[in-house]
Design a protein around this ligand. Structure first.
Ligand SMILES: NC(=O)c1ccc[n+]([C@@H]2O[C@H](COP(=O)([O-])OP(=O)(O)OC[C@H]3O[C@@H](n4cnc5c(N)ncnc54)[C@H](OP(=O)(O)O)[C@@H]3O)[C@@H](O)[C@H]2O)c1
Length: 188
């Protein structure tokens, strides 16, 4: 058995939630695939993990592009010598911005939806495709109470629950939880 591997999608600033998840998983012994859309930012997160004695690699990924997500998971499931296929996946992509709702254009709404919801669907589906044959794994979706009100967070929850039901019908037990800090998790 090799070392466990985790994937965090939607990593940017060192002070962001995505970077914090990467550091935490590395601290717990995971090799971490640090996936985000800005190469400089994710490379900095990798350097910090390595400085603290962990291992990680940066994978430039636009989570709204299906081909990027599939490529990320191809890499995550064959991560190299001494490493197990990834079985811990976190989806954190978001675009936290405050502005007047009346100023929200249709283009901006669609952009938010692409990142918050469509990207979550691509990652969740790809994770389920890869983890179900393994028979184990955890998928986490971060979110805030605002995302629950704004529906993309709820859409993740509903999609995760439906995936859970679907996988259960394939003879695997998946637990789906909406936790007190409004993250959604699915584990089997
Ligand atoms: N921070 C908190 O305390 C907290 C608490 C509860 C819930 N949350 C929720 O957790 C989520 C993330 O929060 P955060 O604080 O880490 O803020 P954030 O700055 O929104 O971090 C999300 C990251 O997603 C990346 N991203 C955006 N579009 C992407 C795409 N198409 N492909 C790949 N990556 C993409 C951004 O990368 P770039 O930087 O390169 O643009 C950004 O670094 C949000 O939904 C937020 O509501 C945060």
């Amino acid at each position: 058995m090799g070392r466990p591997v985790a994937v965090v999608v939607g990593v940017g600033a060192e002070l962001g939630l995505g970077a914090a998840l990467c550091r935490r998983f590395a601290l717990e012994g995971h090799h971490v695939l640090v996936a985000g859309r800005t190469a400089d930012k994710i490379s900095q997160v990798v350097r910090t993990i390595e400085k603290d004695g962990g291992t990680a690699q940066a994978v430039v990924t636009d989570t709204t592009r299906e081909s990027d997500v599939v490529r990320l998971f191809d890499q995550a499931m064959s991560p190299g010598a001494g490493l197990d296929p990834a079985d811990l996946i976190a989806y954190n992509a978001g675009n936290n911005r405050k502005f007047d709702f009346r100023e929200l254009s249709a283009e901006m709404f669609e952009d938010f939806w692409r990142i918050g919801c469509f990207g979550g669907f691509l990652v969740g589906r790809e994770a389920a495709r890869r983890l179900v044959p393994l028979g184990r794994g955890t998928i986490l979706f971060t979110g805030a109470s605002g995302s629950m009100r704004g529906k993309p967070g709820f859409a993740h929850f509903a999609a995760a629950k439906s995936r859970g039901r679907n996988e259960a019908s394939h003879g695997r037990r998946w637990d789906c939880n909406w936790s007190s800090n409004q993250s959604t998790s699915l584990a089997c």
